[in-house]
Design a protein around this ligand. Sequence first.
Ligand code: BEZ
Length: 266
Amino acid sequence: MTAGQRDRWDSSLYDDRHSFVWRAGAGLVELLSPKTGERILDLGCGTGHLTATIAAAGAEVTGLDSSISMIAQARQNFPGLKFSLADARNFRFDEPFDAVFSNAALHWIHDAGAVVKCVVAALRPGGRFVLEMGVQGNVGRIRHAIEAALTEAGRSSKCPWFYPSAGEYASLLESHGFEVRMAQTFDRWTKLEHPERGLREWFEMFAGTYFEGVPAAERENMLRTIEERLHPELYRDGFWWADYRRLRVESVLPFHDEHWSDSRAF
Ligand code: BEZ
């Protein structure tokens, strides 16, 4: 979870009401398949739950996040693990990692090229980059309803998220030297935890920047309108659902050509 300049994260609310974010990431850890003794970086680790899952497999893992609140909560949740406060667009470590892992963080960062450059620099040759993020069309219904309400009110509606297509992201990785072994997109409708306030809590946690500078009363009216419009599509069986669409990628940084010509000699 990477927040850019200001820390807008409420990490206890995140753990309390939005644990689906890291619970849904368990399958991604399986794809990573961490091994005992491997050095792994969890990029955008949030409150550290998946960092701990990776550590439980015997890997030597470091969690990295740019949010002070998330890192503080991660350290409190898992005092035995290493966490580092840093920006995913600008970090470096002295020792290379065997793998970089990232769940539900990269869609917060528009400068994806800067992130991939740092990932390349952090990996050893042969190292892997395994990630999941929102893909093109992610939360499309929610986004459309928010942006329509803001536009109707004569306000700007700048999307805070970066949702590339699978092709765009794979090309970006390839342009930085990765071999993309798997790039998969899929729908994952996500049940929000509170039966009545679920969508409202999701907005508060994740969509706040859309409404910055909107006075409280106007914001409340807007949120009510958005909820009314989304209710027929996103309220089912007594709960709100978010129309998530995911991109999952497994990629590897190949060994250098010199290495291959060396090894072919054997
Ligand atoms: C996501 O995980 O796809 C997501 C999270 C927050 C806002 C938008 C999307």
